[in-house]
Design a protein. Sequence first.
Length: 107
Amino acid sequence: MAGARARSQEPARNQLRPDAARQVAEHLTAAAPGHPWEGVRFSATWGSRDVLDTTLVHPVLVAEVSADRAIDHGGVYRHPLRFQRLRLDVGLEDVPGFGEGPAVAAG
């Protein structure tokens, strides 16, 4: 689980299109005890005291997203990420952790 802790990050509060949500849901499995976010509460919106009802999942899926580089001081993307596709051909071991790997070209 240590590798999952280093790589898991709440990317942003986004909703998937219904077709993408179905595709992702087909590959999710419930998290076992000891999930890195166990006990974490997620708010409904920025600054809200309303807490979302969440179901933690086993962190093994890789998704391709598009995003701008605006990240706040807490390490969370300031603007919504855009889901491109689920990458079933890529495993967690193939993806560098956040802050690791080659730098992305600007522009």
